[in-house]
Ligand binder design. Structure first.
Ligand code: ADP
Ligand SMILES: Cc1cn([C@H]2C[C@H](O)[C@@H](COP(=O)(O)O)O2)c(=O)[nH]c1=O
Length: 219
């Protein structure tokens, strides 16, 4: 392939952006690791970055909810990655995986630069929506940059149907709240609606357990 100059950079190859979204427990990290490992088997240089906000299972590894691990860089932002990783090492990279993408405010700028100018293959996993089903961070902003978008589903913890949403089991209202199955569960639409209704009542001081109980009462 011929090379071209854009913004003073010699573009040698075309990058790619692959986005994996869905609720918690849907297998986003599992899918990210599968893709990264298959690139490793092709002798590609790969790295995974996760947000340093999320230290649930390990500080320097990406860990799935069922315990599969892969070493990673835990960073507060993506713009510092090139400098911290080293410019030469960065130039040799083929594939960059990003987990917990909802926590990176500079996701759009990083993906643009890394894919368009640096020719990297980006595999980005994150929550499309928060517990209120509002867009989370910049994850949806990168859809227009993407080659592929995969929305995964989990199993509703209350009825076993496909789960598209994440229900928060506590009365915390801040958007960012690190946690696992202790705080969140994947739910179908009906159980989400029931759980949220209980959460609204709960704001008037009904015990937390009611959120889960009320969601479960729906037939
Ligand atoms: N409620 C749950 N609590 C703990 N683990 C779960 C739960 N539901 C699913 N899992 C496990 O988590 C795996 C997915 O983990 P992971 O890839 O880390 O998901 P995500 O990154 O989408 O949160 C599933 O294959 C399943 O084994
Ligand atoms: C829904 C929701 C989630 N979070 C946090 C909770 C976890 O630490 C991560 C998601 O991890 P996963 O790999 O997708 O399981 O995000 C949050 O801060 N706010 C929310 O509304």
């Amino acid at each position: 392939m011929g090379s071209s100059f854009v913004n003073g950079r010699n573009l040698k190859r075309s990058g790619e952006v692959h986005v994996i979204v869905g609720p918690m427990f849907a297998g986003k990290t599992t899918a990210l690791l599968r893709r990264v490992k298959s690139e490793l088997n092709l002798d590609r240089n790969v790295v995974i970055i996760k947000s340093s906000k999320d230290t649930r299972y390990a500080v320097d590894s990406v860990v799935t909810h069922d315990g599969t691990k892969f070493p990673c860089w835990a960073l507060p932002d993506l713009s510092s990655f090139r400098q911290k990783f080293g410019a030469n090492a960065y130039d040799r990279l083929d594939v960059i995986g990003i987990d917990e993408a909802q926590f990176f405010d500079d996701l759009y700028e990083f993906c643009c630069e890394a894919a368009d100018l640096d020719g990297k293959i980006l595999v980005v996993a994150g929550l499309d929506g928060d517990y209120m089903r509002r867009t989370f961070g910049s994850v949806l902003d990168i859809i227009p940059l993407a080659d592929t978008v995969t929305k995964l589903t989990a199993r509703c913890e209350l009825c076993g149907k496909r789960a598209f949403f994440t229900l928060r089991k506590t009365d915390e209202t801040r958007t960012e709240l690190i946690g696992g199955a202790d705080v969140y569960m994947p739910v179908c639409r009906q159980h989400y609606v029931n759980g949220q209704a209980a959460r609204n009542v709960e704001a008037q001081k009904i015990p937390n357990d009611l959120i889960v109980e009320a969601a479960a009462t729906l037939v």
